[in-house]
Design a protein around this ligand. Structure first.
Ligand SMILES: *[C@@H]1O[C@H](CO)[C@@H](O)[C@H](O)[C@H]1NC(C)=O
Length: 403
């Protein structure tokens, strides 16, 4: 009896520890957020333990989340859904069934998951693409780019770029009945990073004649130089993306070498000779006053030049789109940028909005005061949240008017 009671107490304490996450007061549906956050933390701890024991890489453990959320490609009365390949890259393709009534729009979608996790077939992403296809009568190409590990930068970028470039060819657009003037890229988190990078790179590519109409960046990661922005400091332990997980994602994008992860964790990874790039991510210049809070600007400390030489991706605008010169931003398509208050990546999106505006690009910056990183993926199933729906609807409305 005593032993059972003791077990029960221990289990309750453990459960309490997992479920309890300091939830910001203004978050809607705090219980749903706590539950999701508890599941993520549990999988995170188990993955860490499995990695310490040498059983698997941390990210392989984390991929259980992707697997648990996977749904097979299933067509419905409105949309034909297939898993196929474009330009040798796996994609989930969503084709509207209703009569086109002219040429269609198209959305190239890149899922989130820190370049390491996620799949176009996760329930939330599948639902999003299906809704966009049906409501906007748009062809949606959701790309299953290669993930780290084993694949490192620039593999992820190259996959989404090659699908986009392939799709933008006039014979491919006409095969799908797509209007060349109404194509956009979109993505959330690491996918927002890829969407921004693709939009930039297309401008430099003489082989691409079709221009994107728009870019949708949902709480994007846009720079790896300063991992102590005010949002990183204020939201280091908020759901669902902690600072340490984001550091892990960034470093895994380039390498599994723990030296880079440790340097990034202490924000000492920018070599002294690259100090001139810091002006692009200087939050005292690019962040709206209300987001700076009471922080005083102190840029990253000078890091090890050798480390940066080994992982040059660190300073590459295809990984950090915020590092693009102002002149290069000028020709970019109009942008919708969603940022969430309780998110380490908040300032990345807010600074990109400011830099695009300064370059003359039309920007709709939607800052959600009561939202956290990842909120938009909870659109369906037991984890559905009104917040996710609201953020998603705002995005769809913008696309309806701007694509
Ligand atoms: C098909 O589209 C109609 C109209 O938009 C909608 O009411 C219906 O729920 C859709 N069906 C599915 C399975 O999503």
């Amino acid at each position: 009896m005593g032993a059972r009671l003791l077990c029960l107490c221990i289990l309750t304490a453990l459960l309490g520890y997992y479920i309890y996450t300091p939830i910001p007061e203004d978050l809607a549906e705090p219980w749903a957020v706590m539950l999701v956050s508890a599941v993520l933390r549990t999988v995170g701890h188990l993955s860490e333990a499995a990695e310490l024991l040498g059983l698997m890489h941390y990210m392989e453990g984390m991929r259980l989340i992707t697997a648990a959320e996977f749904v097979a490609p299933t067509s419905d009365e409105n949309v034909t859904v297939t898993d196929t390949e474009l330009s040798n890259v796996p994609v989930r393709l969503f084709l509207p069934r209703r009569a086109p009534g002219g040429l269609r729009r198209a959305v190239l979608y890149f899922h989130g998951g820190g370049w390491c996790l996620g799949d176009a077939g996760m329930q939330g992403y599948d639902f999003m693409s299906r809704r966009i296809a049906n409501e906007l009568n748009a062809v949606v190409v959701s790309v299953n780019y290669r993930l780290a590990p084993p694949h490192r930068f620039p593999a992820q970028f190259e996959d989404v770029y090659s699908v986009t470039k392939f799709f933008l060819q006039s014979q491919v657009l006409s095969q799908y009945g797509v209007d060349p003037a109404r194509v956009c890229v979109a993505g959330d988190s690491a996918g927002g990073n890829l969407a921004a990078a693709v939009a930039q790179q297309l401008l430099e590519d003489p082989e691409v004649k079709t221009k994107l109409k728009a870019q949708v960046l949902i709480y994007p990661a846009l720079q790896a130089l300063d991992l102590n922005l005010p949002s990183y400091q204020d939201n280091a332990d908020k759901p669902l993306l902690s600072r340490s997980l984001m550091v892990r994602f960034w470093s895994e994008y380039f390498t599994s070498d723990p030296a880079l992860r440790e340097a990034m964790a202490s924000n000492r990874h920018v070599p002294p000779e690259s100090g001139h790039l810091l002006r692009f991510v200087d939050w005292s210049r690019w962040l709206p006053a209300e987001m700076r809070g009471s922080h005083t600007y102190r840029g990253p400390a000078a890091g090890d030049a050798e480390l940066a030489r080994r992982y040059p991706g660190l300073l590459d605008p295809r990984a950090s789109p915020l590092l693009a010169e102002q002149a290069r931003l000028r020709r970019l398509p109009r942008a919708y940028i969603l940022t969430c208050e309780h998110d380490v990546l908040r300032d990345d999106g807010a600074m990109y909005a400011a830099r695009l505006r300064a370059a003359g690009v039309p920007v709709t910056h939607h800052h959600a005061q009561d939202a956290y990183h990842g909120a938009i993926t909870f659109l369906v199933g037991p984890l559905e949240q009104a917040l996710g729906r609201r953020l998603f609807e705002a995005c769809v409305e913008w696309l309806r008017e701007n694509l």
